[in-house]
Design a protein around this ligand. Structure first.
Ligand SMILES: Cc1cc2nc3c(=O)[nH]c(=O)nc-3n(C[C@H](O)[C@H](O)[C@H](O)COP(=O)(O)OP(=O)(O)OC[C@H]3O[C@@H](n4cnc5c(N)ncnc54)[C@H](O)[C@@H]3O)c2cc1C
Length: 382
């Protein structure tokens, strides 16, 4: 079905970005998987070419374009099976906090560097003891003259090693009830004494993504780096950004479904058994038919939600539905596609093998499937 979401300009941008990925990312992805990290240089190259935060106004270094350019970036990254070079996290999750809630001073200080790649960002909410229930975070921020002193530790942070600017959730008031009213967000950059990295995790997938612990040890953060300049607003800010974060993850799931189906289609036509291609077996054709149907329906729903999002509508509930359904579906698609590869599907050199491992986390980060179901059932059953 022809997509209505994107126009010619977006598609032209897609061609340019694809070219960039083919020369600057695709040839190096295998090495990055082994290295457990992507080089800072590729971020700078992406910045030079206008692929970092293109939605920011020109005065801050962006191109002033709409979120649909981010959609293209997310889709093209998935089309090459990339999960390590976390442009989407930077462009559409972390930097929007500064743009939407930052003071003028904060915007001027950080946004131009976010467009050039000088700043690579992270969003640091989760802790070892809590991820779904963010009210329970233990990191604290205590005012001390012109500074806040941060103490605590963050777990599972994407871009954990590479980032030199993190949006960090901390409690400025540990006594207030309900607890969420005590949460504030801070912009912590590498110049803040006491901002350290902990271990980089060894993970099931996402091997080229430098997921790590962040440590704040009497970390001195200038008072002017309290996001938005007001204490106690952190939880509300997090809630307001979730729609875009979850839409991006659901879109990623659909784009990965499409990639896995394309890879599998090629394989089942070329591999034979019992004198015929694997694609000739009814089981294969029916399973593929089911998966194409799922992918197409997801595409239509996600495109509709993106349209509403770009129009400034609140689609939090429907986004939870999309995140829940699409991030579960992508795991089923990965599993069924892999099955058609037989033993080769279990071999690391086959892209479907890595896709299967990589897709597992989509129903965990950005809010688990169970949390999505809580949101949906609360709204629908009231
Ligand atoms: C690769 C990776 C990258 C990540 N990147 C980031 C990042 O950049 N920044 C960041 O802040 N975090 C990040 N995370 C953390 C991620 O957001 C959390 O892992 C996720 O929110 C789940 O939290 P948790 O791991 O503490 O699980 P828990 O909250 O302990 O949940 C454990 C299980 O209990 C279930 N559960 C919890 N509450 C309920 C409930 N009310 N009803 C039913 N079931 C429930 C959950 O669904 C889950 O199945 C990342 C995680 C991974 C694995």
């Amino acid at each position: 079905m022809k997509r209505r979401l994107l126009n010619e300009d977006h598609e032209m941008f897609r061609q340019q970005f694809r070219k960039f990925l083919n020369s600057e990312v695709v040839p190096y992805q295998e090495q990055w998987e082994k290295d457990g990290i992507v080089p800072r240089e590729v971020w700078l190259k992406a910045g030079e070419n206008g692929y970092l935060c293109p939605w920011l106004p020109e005065e801050y270094g962006g191109s002033g374009v709409d979120f649909l350019y981010s959609v293209v970036i997310i889709e093209e990254m998935a089309a090459i099976g990339n999960v390590g070079f976390a442009i989407n996290l930077h462009n559409d999750i972390a930097v929007p906090y500064i743009w939407n809630f930052g003071t003028d001073e904060q915007k001027k200080k950080y946004l131009p560097g976010c467009c050039t790649g000088e700043y690579i960002t992270a969003i640091a909410m989760s802790e070892a003891n809590t991820g779904s229930d963010l009210q329970e975070i233990k990191t604290t921020a205590v005012k001390d003259g012109d500074y806040y002193i941060l103490n605590g530790q963050k777990a599972f942070i994407s871009n954990g090693i590479l980032n030199n600017l993190a949006v960090v959730a901390a409690k400025t008031d540990t006594k207030i009830q309900p607890q969420y009213k005590g949460m504030s967000l801070f912009l912590v950059d590498d110049s803040c004494p006491g901002y350290k990295r902990g271990q980089q995790y060894e993970k099931m997938g996402f091997h080229s993504q430098d997921t790590a612990e962040l440590i704040f040890e009497d970390c001195r953060v200038p008072k002017s780096n309290l996001l938005g300049g007001e204490e106690g607003k952190g939880f509300g800010m997090l809630a307001m950004e979730l729609q875009q974060e979850r839409l991006g993850i659901a879109l990623e799931a659909v784009a990965h479904m499409n990639r896995m189906l394309a890879i599998t289609k090629e394989y089942i036509h070329s591999r034979t058994a019992f004198g015929q291609p694997i694609s000739a077996f009814q089981n294969t054709r029916f399973k593929m038919a089911e998966m194409y149907t799922t992918a197409e329906m997801c595409q239509v729903f996600i495109d509709r939600l993106i349209e509403e999002h770009v129009a400034g509508k609140n689609v939090d509930l429907e986004t939870a539905m999309a995140k829940c359904f699409m991030c579960e579906s992508v795991k089923t698609v990965a599993d069924q596609c892999l099955q058609f590869f037989g033993g080769y599907g279990f071999m690391e050199e086959y892209p479907i093998c890595r896709a299967y491992r990589d897709m597992r986390v989509l129903s965990i980060y950005g809010g688990t499937t169970e949390i999505m179901k809580e949101i949906i059932s609360k709204a629908k059953l009231k």
